[in-house]
Design a protein around this ligand. Structure first.
Ligand SMILES: Nc1ncnc2c1ncn2[C@@H]1O[C@H](COP(=O)(O)OP(=O)(O)OP(=O)(O)O)[C@@H](O)[C@H]1O
Ligand SMILES: [Mg+2]
Length: 585
């Protein structure tokens, strides 16, 4: 046998060139296996109608409960003629929209060429009626998705019966009837959550011009209150920050009493994300706190409305070109880390008391891109810096101005600071200098190499708690740091193996102990022997910390009496090991 090294000595002649074939299973891979969230699947179809310049799209759920079970989606957009059907609808992963950013005055939302396979995700069959604008012929195509699953079926082999029919030139758009549904939609929970997602598809205070989503749902199942932009006027405080050029942050802070503060901040380092806008509307849910803060009374009906609306619509949502990117801001998706931070600083708002929006555009933030699952974006440095921008806006602007506006709380804070008699290190955005007047004893050192601004802030908070002898708060924040580091490592190393770091069923990150186990199980797949050793060492050393962290996180009564007790968990070593692992990816 020849050695492959002698390849040039083979005598060769040309034969039929080989081509890739694609198994029919690809349809399922891009369909239900990739767009697995049923709400996301419906939202994809809405985005397609927007891209096709529809003024109106109707989502009809009135037949979901029939024997056959059907969801019908109809729009009045441009539709597709035979050549569009052949070259666009029938061509998978054709990124033609991404080549053009604009479609008339609309920015294209689609880019990957797979969103319409939501139809496969939602039902066993689909019938597409297409009425191309200005033409007198329309088309009907029938898809039976199971045919693609037959043994040895190739994508190209499956015939999808196609028909043409006469139509009026003025009729335009598409209708997609999906039958034999894959999900149970007949519950209050599923129809309400979809309705909320539809109501939030565009930012509530920026309704899209000439685009209406009409829903035909079972009224007894979908009883969610609608949210209008006027609701935001009930916010006790609202903040708008605007990031330009990576470092200049302009802010405007308003209270319900009409007091206003505006200004500029200069970030101490250039953020890698493009221009972005953040809006935050903060509400007091209880009339008592509302009155304390504003001096005004709140009627019970008002407080009920606020509570009910926030129950469905609270959280910080991400919008790209004014279309929502899920799951950011969904219940259980605390992507900014606010809820844990709020434990430690009473001036920080919790997710359930606010409505927030982060606005970016594809043109200014080309590096923030969706994952194929349409649930979330790829965790790039740019995205991490977008989170840093939102965090700085909340921690440095919102919480400072809120405490300035709420004198009774400011007093309490001042007294507290006096008692501990030690200045708190603060990152002063205007001067570019980090001021730490005394050198505190530190519990963790994340090291400057780590890219996330978020960790530096967390580190400062941990060390302040430690230095001021709040061992429980320090412990709690350490858990957050260790958990996030393990999560980031898995996500960075295995971006497409979502199951390692994300629980797809419950749509949340994996629990702490599962993350640690997955890191350990994957230790040989990091490619570098020293990383494997670090992971093994980490796994041994984390034992006690994991055990205590799990019980303490769930039991507020259990506490550490002394900061010396923290030393036994070797937190500094754990963090150092994780940083080394991260730096070696
Ligand atoms: N409602 C519609 N009206 C007209 N054409 C449509 C409609 N829905 C889909 N199409 C056509 O089918 C193509 C495929 O849609 P699909 O959603 O799969 O991809 P995309 O929108 O280009 O990208 P993405 O995967 O990011 O959504 C579209 O590019 C468009 O040409
Ligand atoms: Mg699309």
């Amino acid at each position: 046998m020849h050695n492959p090294k002698d390849i040039k000595n083979f005598s060769e002649k040309s034969v039929e060139p080989l081509r890739f074939d694609v198994s029919g299973n690809l349809i399922r891979k891009f369909g239900r296996e990739s767009i697995s969230n049923k709400n996301v699947a419906i939202l994809e179809l809405i985005k397609n109608s927007y891209d096709a310049k529809s003024a109106k799209i109707e989502i009809d759920f009135s037949s979901v409960n029939t024997k056959e079970g059907m969801i019908a989606v109809s729009d009045n957009g441009d539709g597709m003629d035979y050549s569009d059907l052949k070259n666009k609808w029938m061509r998978i992963a054709n990124p033609f929209k991404s080549k053009k950013l604009k479609n008339g005055d609309r920015a294209f939302i689609g880019e990957k060429g797979i969103g319409r396979l939501s139809a496969e995700s939602l039902a066993k069959s689909a019938t597409l009626f297409s009425l191309p604008k200005g033409k007198d012929t329309g088309y009907k195509v029938i898809f039976d998705w199971d045919k693609y699953q037959e043994e040895n079926a190739l994508v190209n082999d499956v015939d999808n019966p196609t028909f043409e029919f006469n139509k009026k030139k003025a009729d335009q758009g598409i209708r997609l009837e999906m039958k034999n549904l894959n999900h149970d939609w007949n519950t209050q929970e599923s129809q309400e959550s979809l309705l909320v997602d539809i109501n939030l598809i565009n930012s509530i205070n920026k309704p899209v011009r000439d685009f209406k989503v009409i829903t035909k749902f079972e009224p007894s199942l979908a009883t969610v209150p609608k949210i209008k932009k006027e609701f935001l006027e009930k916010a006790v405080y609202s903040l708008k920050t605007k990031l330009t050029g990576g470092s200049l942050i302009r802010y405007e802070f308003l209270s319900i009493n009409g007091k206003k503060k505006e200004g500029n901040l200069q970030a101490t380092r250039k953020l890698k994300c493009g221009d972005a806008v953040f809006e935050l509307y903060f509400f007091y849910k209880s009339p008592k706190y509302f009155e304390q803060a504003t001096g005004k009374k709140m009627a019970t009906t008002e407080s009920k409305e606020i509570n009910k609306t926030l129950e469905h619509y609270s959280g910080i949502k991400l919008y790209r070109d004014n279309f929502r990117v899920k799951p950011y801001g969904d219940p259980n998706s605390d992507w900014i880390g606010l809820d844990i931070a709020a434990h430690n600083n009473s001036m920080l708002p919790r997710n359930d008391a606010l409505i927030g929006m982060v606005h970016i555009s594809k043109s200014k933030n080309p590096a923030i891109v969706d994952t194929t699952t349409r649930e979330g974006v790829i965790y790039t440095d740019e995205f991490q810096d977008l989170i840093a921008f939102v965090l700085v806006s909340i921690q440095k602007v919102f919480s400072d101005l809120r405490s300035e506006f709420e004198s009774h709380k400011t007093k309490a804070r001042k007294n507290k600071t006096k008692k501990s008699n030690k200045p708190i290190p603060v990152n002063v955005p205007g001067s570019g200098v980090k001021i730490a007047v005394t050198t505190p004893t530190v519990l963790v050192e994340i090291g400057g190499k780590y890219p996330e601004n978020f960790y530096n802030q967390l580190q400062d908070e941990i060390n302040v708690c430690y230095d001021h002898n709040h061992p429980n708060a320090a412990f709690f924040l350490c858990r957050k740091m260790v958990e996030n580091l393990v999560f980031n490592i898995l996500e960075k190393k295995f971006p497409s193996q979502i199951n390692l770091w994300y629980d797809q069923k419950y749509k949340i990150r994996h629990k702490f102990s599962i993350l640690i186990k997955n890191l350990y199980d994957e230790r040989s797949n990091f490619g570098k022997p020293n990383v494997k050793t670090y992971i093994e060492k980490f796994n041994t050393e984390v034992g006690l910390f994991r055990k205590e962290a799990n019980t303490k996180a769930h039991n507020v009564f259990e506490y550490l009496g002394d900061k010396k007790e923290l030393n036994k968990f070797k937190i500094k070593d754990l963090v150092q090991l994780l940083v080394k692992i991260h730096d070696n990816i």
